[in-house]
Design a protein around this ligand. Structure first.
Ligand SMILES: [Zn+2]
Length: 361
């Protein structure tokens, strides 16, 4: 009312609504009569995100999940999905997470690790969530002076050091989450360095937090690998022992038997790559073509040998890396073709592998 009188601007009561907190029924009635606004309840959406004074429920994320599902991601290849996640999904979820800095409900596993840690280099949203909370902790360490920080200082910090305060059982879930992050930065030199900076660098903190994740021995196979993305994804699945072999599908009750389609043994990944009579010969011929003297054994031994042989940046290491990636990919396609009764054979598979090495197709 006062704003209207002093500025001459008039509000449209049909387009306004009012939210109450700590106001009794009589007060609410009076204010509604005075303003003509309709009463609304939390949570409402603002820029697509539910506004709530409490932690967001799983249902609050339905809208976001629906949006992602509608992008027909089922029709995309694994490499296509990876690009979709990297380019769009991260931006969306990051926006949701940074908004009022609520905890992400989305769980991410190995896939989100950097390549050296065995992942596909997607941002890990759990770690990123920690980073966004650390940004708030950094703000509260006398780094920012917004109304929110002042409020937290008045009610919780009360002239103490933010790293020392205790007894915040009545604090909101956001404040508790921020204070919970103190454990992962206490005594860390990079946190001390960041406190001396004028700007909080999220990517730097993210990199520091990732240092705690163990690296995988096969990381080098993905550096300077000239194979196409779908072949590299297939190699990555193999390295994580996640190829959908019959033995694996049988364990999940998805097929009737775990038998290999080339012989009568159980089709484990170790058997298929490269112990099976149906596939061992192809890999041996590829090695012969590369003029490498080596008798293949099971997957674990073979991986150790390949990792050893592809160390360094020389042309031979690069070609063996490419040959390995393409061989695993084409052998897997050969196996799929055989399982589904397609017109496939070992010679064709070998020819495709050699062609793809020569033409880098
Ligand atoms: Zn077999």
């Amino acid at each position: 009312m006062c704003v209207s009188l002093s500025t001459g601007l008039k509000y449209n009561s049909a387009k306004c609504c009012i939210f109450f907190g700590g106001v009794d029924q009589t007060g609410r009635k009076d204010l509604k009569n005075l303003t003509g606004f309709a009463e609304e309840n939390l949570s409402f959406r603002y820029l697509g995100i539910p506004m709530s004074s409490k932690r967001l429920s799983a249902q609050a994320y339905d809208n976001l999940i629906d949006k992602i599902n509608h992008w027909s991601s089922r029709l995309l290849s694994y490499a296509g999905k990876l690009l979709l996640v990297k380019s769009v999904t991260f931006a969306l979820t990051n926006y949701w997470m940074q908004w009022n800095n609520r905890e992400s409900q989305v769980a991410w596993s190995t896939i989100s690790m950097p390549k050296k840690n065995g992942g596909l280099n997607i941002i890990d949203l759990d770690i990123w969530n920690t980073v966004t909370l650390l940004k708030l902790l950094w703000n509260l360490s006398d780094k920012a002076d917004s109304l929110w920080e002042q409020w937290i200082h008045t009610y919780y910090v009360k002239n103490q050091n933010i790293m020392d305060i205790e007894g915040t059982t009545n604090a909101s879930c956001i404040v508790k989450e921020i204070l919970n992050q103190r454990g992962c930065v206490r005594g860390r030199s990079w946190w001390g360095d960041m406190l001396h900076q004028d700007r909080f660098k999220m990517s730097k903190i993210y990199t520091e937090l990732l240092r705690d994740v163990p690296q995988v021995p096969w990381k080098s196979l993905f550096y300077g690998n000239l194979a196409r993305p779908r072949a590299k994804i297939n190699l990555w699945l193999s390295c994580n022992e996640r190829l959908g072999t019959k033995s694996r599908l049988y364990r999940f009750g998805m097929v009737d038997n775990p038998k290999c389609c080339f012989c009568s043994e159980e089709e484990t990944q170790s058997h298929l790559l490269f112990d099976c009579v149906g596939t061992k010969g192809i890999w041996m011929k590829v090695l012969e073509w590369l003029q490498i003297q080596h008798i293949p054994s099971g997957w674990t031994q073979e991986m150790k040998w390949i990792i050893q042989k592809t160390k360094g940046k020389g042309a031979r290491a690069k070609i063996l890396k490419l040959a390995t990636t393409k061989s695993i990919y084409e052998i897997w396609r050969y196996r799929n073709g055989k399982c589904f009764g397609n017109n496939v054979n070992a010679q064709k598979t070998y020819d495709t592998i050699i062609d793809s090495i020569v033409y880098r197709d």
